[in-house]
Design a protein around this ligand. Structure first.
Ligand SMILES: [Zn+2]
Length: 111
Protein backbone atom coordinates (compact mmCIF):
# COMPACT_ATOMS: atom_id res chain seq x y z
CA UNK A 1 0.00 0.00 0.00
CA UNK A 2 1.43 3.33 -1.03
CA UNK A 3 0.76 6.57 0.86
CA UNK A 4 -1.21 7.77 -2.16
CA UNK A 5 -3.55 4.80 -1.84
CA UNK A 6 -4.11 5.61 1.84
CA UNK A 7 -4.82 9.26 0.98
CA UNK A 8 -7.15 8.14 -1.80
CA UNK A 9 -9.13 5.95 0.57
CA UNK A 10 -9.28 8.78 3.13
CA UNK A 11 -10.47 11.27 0.52
CA UNK A 12 -13.11 8.82 -0.69
CA UNK A 13 -14.35 8.30 2.87
CA UNK A 14 -14.46 12.06 3.43
CA UNK A 15 -16.44 12.54 0.21
CA UNK A 16 -18.95 9.91 1.32
CA UNK A 17 -19.33 11.62 4.71
CA UNK A 18 -19.81 15.01 3.03
CA UNK A 19 -22.44 13.61 0.66
CA UNK A 20 -24.26 11.98 3.56
CA UNK A 21 -24.20 15.24 5.52
CA UNK A 22 -25.36 17.15 2.44
CA UNK A 23 -28.27 14.76 1.99
CA UNK A 24 -29.27 15.24 5.63
CA UNK A 25 -29.02 19.04 5.36
CA UNK A 26 -31.02 19.04 2.12
CA UNK A 27 -33.65 16.87 3.79
CA UNK A 28 -33.95 19.37 6.65
CA UNK A 29 -34.13 22.33 4.28
CA UNK A 30 -30.66 23.81 4.68
CA UNK A 31 -29.97 24.13 0.98
CA UNK A 32 -27.04 26.54 1.12
CA UNK A 33 -25.07 24.36 3.55
CA UNK A 34 -25.95 21.30 1.51
CA UNK A 35 -24.66 22.95 -1.65
CA UNK A 36 -21.40 23.83 0.12
CA UNK A 37 -20.99 20.24 1.26
CA UNK A 38 -21.70 18.92 -2.23
CA UNK A 39 -19.00 21.21 -3.58
CA UNK A 40 -16.62 19.95 -0.90
CA UNK A 41 -17.50 16.36 -1.70
CA UNK A 42 -16.76 16.99 -5.38
CA UNK A 43 -13.38 18.44 -4.40
CA UNK A 44 -12.55 15.39 -2.28
CA UNK A 45 -13.68 13.10 -5.10
CA UNK A 46 -11.23 14.86 -7.41
CA UNK A 47 -8.50 14.51 -4.78
CA UNK A 48 -9.24 10.79 -4.50
CA UNK A 49 -8.99 10.30 -8.26
CA UNK A 50 -5.61 12.08 -8.31
CA UNK A 51 -4.32 9.99 -5.40
CA UNK A 52 -5.47 6.74 -7.03
CA UNK A 53 -3.73 7.80 -10.26
CA UNK A 54 -0.57 8.53 -8.27
CA UNK A 55 -0.79 5.08 -6.69
CA UNK A 56 -1.12 3.39 -10.09
CA UNK A 57 1.87 5.34 -11.42
CA UNK A 58 4.02 4.43 -8.41
CA UNK A 59 3.16 0.74 -8.75
CA UNK A 60 3.92 0.85 -12.49
CA UNK A 61 7.27 2.59 -11.88
CA UNK A 62 8.24 0.04 -9.26
CA UNK A 63 7.26 -2.82 -11.54
CA UNK A 64 9.28 -1.26 -14.37
CA UNK A 65 12.34 -0.82 -12.13
CA UNK A 66 12.02 -4.39 -10.83
CA UNK A 67 11.83 -5.80 -14.36
CA UNK A 68 14.86 -3.78 -15.43
CA UNK A 69 16.83 -4.89 -12.36
CA UNK A 70 16.10 -8.48 -13.34
CA UNK A 71 17.74 -7.91 -16.73
CA UNK A 72 14.64 -7.43 -18.86
CA UNK A 73 14.25 -4.51 -21.27
CA UNK A 74 10.76 -3.26 -20.41
CA UNK A 75 9.26 -0.64 -22.71
CA UNK A 76 9.10 2.89 -21.27
CA UNK A 77 5.98 3.90 -19.42
CA UNK A 78 3.58 6.40 -20.93
CA UNK A 79 4.41 9.14 -19.99
CA UNK A 80 8.04 8.19 -19.45
CA UNK A 81 8.44 10.38 -16.35
CA UNK A 82 6.71 13.21 -14.51
CA UNK A 83 9.16 15.88 -15.63
CA UNK A 84 8.91 14.68 -19.22
CA UNK A 85 5.15 15.03 -19.06
CA UNK A 86 5.30 18.48 -17.47
CA UNK A 87 7.93 19.75 -19.92
CA UNK A 88 6.32 18.15 -22.99
CA UNK A 89 9.39 15.97 -23.49
CA UNK A 90 11.96 18.77 -23.24
CA UNK A 91 13.48 17.42 -20.01
CA UNK A 92 13.36 14.20 -18.06
CA UNK A 93 14.01 13.31 -14.45
CA UNK A 94 16.48 10.76 -13.17
CA UNK A 95 13.72 8.18 -12.74
CA UNK A 96 12.77 8.40 -16.42
CA UNK A 97 11.77 5.05 -17.88
CA UNK A 98 12.83 6.03 -21.40
CA UNK A 99 16.56 5.31 -21.59
CA UNK A 100 16.91 7.03 -24.99
CA UNK A 101 16.45 10.52 -23.50
CA UNK A 102 19.62 12.55 -22.99
CA UNK A 103 18.56 15.44 -20.77
CA UNK A 104 17.89 14.63 -17.16
CA UNK A 105 17.92 16.38 -13.83
CA UNK A 106 20.34 13.79 -12.46
CA UNK A 107 23.41 15.72 -11.19
CA UNK A 108 25.64 12.74 -11.98
CA UNK A 109 24.89 13.03 -15.71
CA UNK A 110 26.08 16.68 -15.90
CA UNK A 111 29.75 15.73 -15.87
ZN1 LIG B 1 11.13 10.95 -19.23
Amino acid sequence: MTPALRYGHAATAAAVVFITAAAYLAHTGHWLAAAALIYTAALFTWIATREYAQHRRTVAEHDWARRQALGEQPPPLDPCCRLGRASYGAAHDHLCTDRTTRQTDDPRSAA
